[in-house]
Design a protein around this ligand. Structure first.
Ligand code: CDP
Ligand code: MG
Length: 631
């Protein structure tokens, strides 16, 4: 069943004969008026009564109805924060945690970080006064380490439950368990209109509270033939809408930062060429690694006469609501983690999204007025090539991190853990085997002293092992820098499109296209890690220019990720799988005999990302990084 009224047509990208309607831009209203106008508002008292009556409540409501921003405020108004008790609300995504916290702080006229705050990995924007705490699901999971019964919380809201991230799924099991001996704890499971019966069933038939949504009809258009280049098709569609369609903003769904940046550049370039022939088009990207000041821009109202186009990852599917969207462009893809439980290989792959996702995306067009969704695939593909729903992350990811965490919470019998959907047996076994190889578990599967210390660091087991090994090799200063750099993903490097050249050196890159913001973030991450090092009593020492100890520490953590040069590429040592150095890597031409990589990413081939242990990488990083940290 479609979640909103639709009509379905075929379209070509040059089609200009689309239905025309009048769009009234929302008049400027006070923030309190906006609050009262949300679909959830008429149900405020009924909702509070239901929460009062039941310990666990599943709340289902259309995206944008006000669940995330309003429910914590209602609870606060109803006295749930008396005596300094906290209301926690989890989000699968960092960006969402930050932006909803900022929004709620604004609605309550308080400074972000005081009464309302957020906590995401490596960034804690809360204080003693914080009573409404937005956080990533991963952060709440870590709070179990210091507070196993979540005693300081009166309410825990597991929000965006339908996303079924690994951390959310683990939280379900843990919270269901503590709710039994904390009858005063209220548990709310909030979800878009998907899967709510399953949540109810998992929580012993908890009642479902439904917030009826207000939605306008969305016309859905499919392409008549498959699109060869969906990026280009997106750009053409945006311009087509901009030139031929009545006012209303556009939302485009792409799969990741690189694609989004490329699309934004192409759009800006074409608008520049068209100049004053077309109305102003504001092009705004949104993805997880985007700096927060840039993220905030997507929420600013569009000036009269202009049109806004937001180019987003599936973060805009349900986590964020951008007002004023009338047109959605959906190429039908998303980036998904996939995991081979036999080889332990994890890759990020661009795959067709599910029908449920596609319908959520389309629904974003019908929030403020009747809208249109342009699907850049055929109606046949929608029916026959897409899965019904997305497979929960727990079934397609490496579980090393979570197993280590559960072990340190004293949960030894993982086979009988209360999973909503259990992970594949081989994946669990592989995680145990890896933790054993790293020395985090003993032969009985019990946590070792090393394992306990590793669990204190909010990073993957291989990375935490590397950091802890630096103690032995007396190079913690340098290794922490490497750990921090690896933790900010690939975004240190910025590649302006016109400056792309093959095989440039690390130094050239450093002098030209390093993103300052990412470096600043890496430095913040490093500071945080340094604080944790203090807690687990690892002394900070430098190996003063000798890179051998660094290589040893890296190898102690990443021996699973060793590859050896062989004909045409590299072969991994453990599984003899063929992998490649990415042409963008400074080691692409060098081709050393042995490599250690951080992760594998599948784009056109299996590429090793962040290849370590070559001289070219270690030398400049150490010197340059040392210079940077003193800024
Ligand atoms: O959680 P749910 O999808 O039900 O809605 P919400 O995130 O609470 O959003 C309710 C309304 O708050 C949206 O319609 C937006 O207008 C507004 N909002 C905003 O302006 N800025 C944000 N960062 C988040 C929400
Ligand atoms: Mg929400």
């Amino acid at each position: 069943m479609m979640p909103f009224p639709v009509s379905v047509c075929g379209f070509s990208l040059r089609d200009t004969s689309l239905r025309v309607f009048i769009f009234n831009p929302a008049a400027l209203r006070s923030i309190q008026e906006v609050r009262r106008s949300l679909p959830i508002f008429p149900y405020r008292d009924d909702l509070l009564a239901a929460i009062h009556e039941h310990q666990v409540l599943v709340i289902e409501g259309e995206t944008g109805s006000g669940k995330t921003t309003q429910i914590p405020q209602y609870l606060l108004e109803d006295g749930y924060t008396k005596g300094g008790m906290k209301i926690g609300c989890t989000q699968p995504r960092r960006v969402a945690a930050m932006s909803v916290a900022a929004r709620v702080a604004e609605e309550m006229s308080v400074k972000l970080g005081n009464e309302v705050g957020y906590s995401i990995r490596f960034e804690d924007c809360t204080s003693e006064r914080t009573v409404l705490k937005y956080m990533t699901d991963g952060m709440l999971l870590r709070e179990f380490l210091t507070e196993p019964d979540l005693a300081s919380y009166s309410v825990v809201i597991i929000d965006e439950a339908h996303e079924r991230t690994l951390h959310t799924d683990i939280l379900f099991g843990l919270i269901k368990d503590i709710a039994r001996f904390r009858p005063d704890l209220k548990v709310l499971v909030a979800s878009a209109t998907l899967d709510t019966e399953r949540f109810s069933c998992f929580f012993d038939d908890a009642p479902v509270f439904r917030i009826p949504g207000r939605r306008f009809p969305v016309d859905i258009f499919y392409t008549k033939a498959p699109e060869a280049d969906y990026l280009d098709a997106c750009v053409v569609s945006v311009l087509q809408i901009h030139v031929t369609q009545p006012p209303g903003d556009i939302l485009v769904f792409l799969t990741g930062q690189e694609e989004i940046e490329a699309c934004c550049e192409m759009l800006q370039e074409r608008c520049r060429r068209l100049g004053s022939k077309i109305a102003e088009l504001l092009v705004l990207p949104i993805y997880a690694n985007l700096p927060s000041d840039m993220q905030a821009k997507i929420f600013t109202p569009t000036p009269p006469g202009a049109r806004k186009v937001v180019v987003a990852t599936n973060i805009a599917e349900t986590s964020l609501t951008i007002d004023g969207i009338i047109y959605v462009i959906d190429p039908g893809f998303c980036k998904q983690k996939s995991y081979n439980a036999r080889t332990g290989m994890e890759s990020l792959i661009v795959t067709p999204c599910s029908r449920a996702s596609a319908n959520q995306r389309a629904g974003r067009a019908g929030r403020v007025a009747a809208g249109k969704c342009f699907r850049l695939y055929t109606a046949w593909a929608f029916k026959h090539e897409m899965e019904e729903t997305t497979i929960p992350e727990i079934q397609r990811t490496n579980l090393g991190n979570v197993v280590l965490l559960l072990k340190s919470l004293g949960i030894n019998d993982l086979i009988h853990f209360d999973f909503m959907d259990p992970p594949p047996h081989e994946t669990l076994v592989l995680a145990l085997e890896q933790l054993y190889a790293l020395g985090a578990l003993n032969h009985l599967g019990e946590l070792t002293k090393l394992g306990r210390r590793m669990a204190e660091l909010p990073v993957d087991p291989m990375l935490s092992k590397m950091v802890l090994a630096s103690e032995q090799y007396k190079c913690s200063e340098e290794v922490l820098t490497i750990a921090a750099m690896l933790s900010v993903n690939n975004s240190i490097f910025y590649r302006p499109k016109d400056k792309v050249v093959g095989g440039y050196s690390t130094q050239w890159c450093y002098e030209n296209f390093i993103q300052f913001r990412s470096m600043r973030r890496a430095r913040d991450v490093r500071d945080q890690l340094e604080g944790l090092m203090d807690r687990i009593e690892v002394e900070m020492v430098s190996c003063d220019g000798d890179n051998i100890p660094i290589r040893k520490a890296v190898t102690a953590g990443y021996f699973y990720h060793t590859a050896r040069l062989s004909k045409g590429g590299y072969k991994t040592v453990k599984h003899q799988q063929t992998v490649y150095v990415h042409p963008n890597s400074s080691l692409f031409e060098e081709q050393p005999r042995w490599l250690i990589y951080h992760e594998l990413v599948f784009t056109t081939k299996e590429f090793m990302r962040q290849v370590l242990l070559g001289f070219v990488w270690i030398f400049p990083l150490k010197k340059r990084a040392a210079a940077f940290w003193t800024i």
